[in-house]
Design a protein around this ligand. Structure first.
Ligand code: XIL
Length: 480
């Protein structure tokens, strides 16, 4: 404890002499936290020497062997920064401890840092949801209705709503490469140089939940430029900032083995649970100006393999996926005409080779744009390809929580669902799933402590908002 440095009061806890990124004070909460309860953890962090900014994570150590990240913030040098997260204590917890760590991809980051203002608050629901209609029932003749959740939002107290309302499930983060890749094991033996190793420890809880709840899972996502560590692409899996990238030949092997390792584990241990995969996510970026409008700047996949990485990913996914598993290409801003045409070209080619079953339209939309007419027209266009269509990540960006704004959001959701239902009913588009990107506003990826966002159907207490009544097409919700 040092005095003179503090976020509040006059003291803070100084952590120094660290030799690895995970070093730091740890507090045992085993006898304080109750299993299956939600807690909000808050702390203020500051450091004075080192890089301009560092990523700091809130970490939970469970049963001395599992490490779960449940919150993260970018801390700037010299600025007290709030770090917060929602902590759920899993049922099988024997010991639980809390600590904070520095985390950078490319280097060990052992700066000294101060901690102050640590707070742990148990969450309790403030209102009752009441008896509400079930979305999956309402739409059962048209498409399944899904939601995305990460492990931090999936406590048992929330699982009732999930199973009552939804007939499909997407794991928000924990099936992405940065969550599955096992760095330590991959570098442990040169024989893994073309065979990236994976671990399922971060995703186990959600897989078990999906299995137990009988909720079919959309796999998200195998190949993406984001949430994929750079070391996957470097010689010797080096984390060095300027470490050279591997050859195309080696990268194709790593790609094939990654897909093989992920699919074989899941299909062996959770047979039938995953019914489709977003094989490739966000490969098109018009602004990068490449032929075919492939994303190049941020994509090591493209930089090393070239445009062929998309087809190869689908080829390997087809090779290793169980035959009934559907393969999807997934992207955002899919109503924008140039992007749409690029996606259609790419998908058409995959279809002619029998490698794809569907298109995922993320649909992170705003309160005014794109227009519902543009959304409808784009879906009709994609439907001409004769593939299944999933709306994979629906939410509606909204930072105004006034009654009027919520009413407007409800109308827009209603109109959108009328269109989706109509397209399906009239055989104009084979829409088979509509998934919301999150369960409640508070845990939406759009929500920021400094700028709250209200994009979804349920509020922070899991009480339905007007948007929910829009989606159920309640007659009281007007169509603007
Ligand atoms: C988001 C998650 O919701 C966040 O928790 C994470 O920090 C970033 O990724 N398109 C996608 C999703 O395909 O995987 C993204 O999910 C949202 C945009």
């Amino acid at each position: 404890m040092v005095s003179g440095k503090a976020y509040e009061g006059s003291n803070a806890l100084l952590t120094s002499g660290r030799t690895d990124f995970w070093n730091g004070p740890i507090v045992d909460l085993t006898n304080i936290l109750e299993p299956n309860s939600n807690y909000v953890v808050k702390a203020y962090i500051m450091y004075e020497d080192g890089p301009d900014s560092i990523q700091m994570d809130c970490m939970l150590e469970k049963n001395e062997s599992h490490y779960l990240k449940f919150g993260s913030a970018l801390v700037e040098k010299g600025v007290w920064t709030e770090l917060n997260g929602r902590l759920i204590v899993p049922e099988d917890t024997k010991t639980v401890k809390l600590y904070f760590e520095t985390n950078t991809e490319s280097e060990k980051n052992c700066v000294d840092f101060y901690i102050d203002g640590v707070e742990l608050v148990k969450e309790t629901a403030h209102a009752v949801r009441g008896d509400i209609p079930s979305l999956k029932e309402i739409y059962k003749d048209y498409f399944t209705i899904g939601f995305a959740t990460t492990v931090y939002e999936a406590s048992e107290s929330r699982q009732g709503l999930m199973t009552e309302q939804f007939s499909s499930f997407t794991i928000g983060n924990e099936l992405k490469p940065d969550s599955l890749l096992d760095y330590e094991k991959s570098i442990s033996d040169p024989k893994y140089d073309d065979n990236p190793q994976v671990t399922f420890k971060n995703v186990e809880y959600l897989l078990e939940f999906a299995k137990k709840a009988n909720l079919p899972l959309r796999g998200h996502t195998l190949v993406w430029h984001s949430q994929t560590p750079r070391w996957l692409f470097t010689e010797g899996y080096s984390k060095g900032e300027n470490a050279p990238l591997v050859s195309k030949e080696l990268m194709l092997k790593r790609l094939e083995n990654y897909i093989k390792n992920v699919l074989s584990y899941l299909q062996t241990n959770y047979p039938g649970v995953i019914y489709c995969w977003d094989v490739v996510n966000e490969a098109i970026e018009v602004g990068d100006g490449e032929p075919g409008f492939y994303r190049s700047k941020e994509s090591y996949w493209y930089q090393i393999i070239g445009p062929e990485f998309v087809e190869k990913a689908f080829e390997y996914a087809r090779k290793y996926a169980d035959p009934e598993v559907k393969l999807f290409y997934n992207d955002y801003n899919t109503e924008q005409v140039i992007k749409m045409n690029a996606i259609i070209d790419l998908v058409q080619d995959l279809k002619s080779k029998g490698l794809i079953d569907g298109i995922g339209l993320q649909s992170h939309i705003g309160i005014d744009s794109p227009s519902i007419a543009d959304i409808e027209n784009s879906i009709r266009k994609y439907a001409e390809l004769g593939l299944e269509i999933h709306i994979t990540e629906l939410d509606m960006y909204l930072t105004d929580n006034s009654e009027e704004a919520f009413a407007k959001q409800a109308s827009r959701y209603k109109r959108l669902f009328l269109v989706l239902q109509h397209l399906k009913k009239q055989n104009l588009a084979n829409i088979t799933n509509v998934t919301f990107w999150g369960l409640s506003d508070e845990t939406s990826w759009l929500n920021k402590p400094s700028v709250p966002n209200y994009p979804l159907l349920f509020d922070k207490y899991l009480i339905q908002k007007p948007a929910f009544w829009g989606v159920v097409m309640h007659p009281d919700i007007p169509l603007n």
